[in-house]
Design a binder for this molecule. Sequence first.
Ligand SMILES: [Zn+2]
Length: 245
Amino acid sequence: MNSIFFEKVLKLDEFSKSDLTDLSQKRFLIIGAGGIAHPLIMNLLGHGVKHLSIADGDKVETDNLHRQFLFDFEDIGLNKALTVKKKLVNKFPNLKLEIFDRFLDERDLYDNLNTFDIVADCSDNFATKYNSNEICHEFKKPLFIGSANGYIGQAIFIPNSVSGPCYECLFPRSSYLPEETCNESGIAPYVLSYVASILTMLITNFVISGHSAPIKLYRIDAKKMELSSSTLRSDTSCIICGADD
Ligand SMILES: [Zn+2]
């Protein structure tokens, strides 16, 4: 079934059945089931990912529907992660899907993180991202972070293989809390799928090519039609990874 289902992917240059198997065996944790998570989940599943856990304690609201395309009007008031599951089971019958219908706290991450190979943080707030960053750094788990606000989107890969850099090096919490979210400044819907596509490219390259995905911040400014990237640098005074060196 896999050969037919993924026929077009398997025709890609330098993408083999063994790459498909590698993707299908990795266990992913997606934190947040909102606007970046929807296209990211579909991209990953469309590329052969099979083991997926999704965590979100939010409920579907009317103003989510225009950009969180897996939700319909009939889902309003239901838990987001459970609703995503409902939408995926028919399209991807072989999917091994685990749902956390709550926000994962520090204890949840400590208890569960060892069961995952890759973490993608698609949450909409700095506090969750700092939490993911700190615990992924401690557990040495590769972390992919997506965020969007207004016309700006960002995608980051943090390998956590040996030492820094980490998310805190880039955005020290002393400067970035309290945060601004799309609740205050709105969101251009197409920025979300752009960020999700960059995250997917980073993730698939990481899985297929080993650890060669670039350790960078990718930034899209949709208003200026600009995509830029910058290499992440370790901050020796970082409260998370600064002590590694
Ligand atoms: Zn750091």
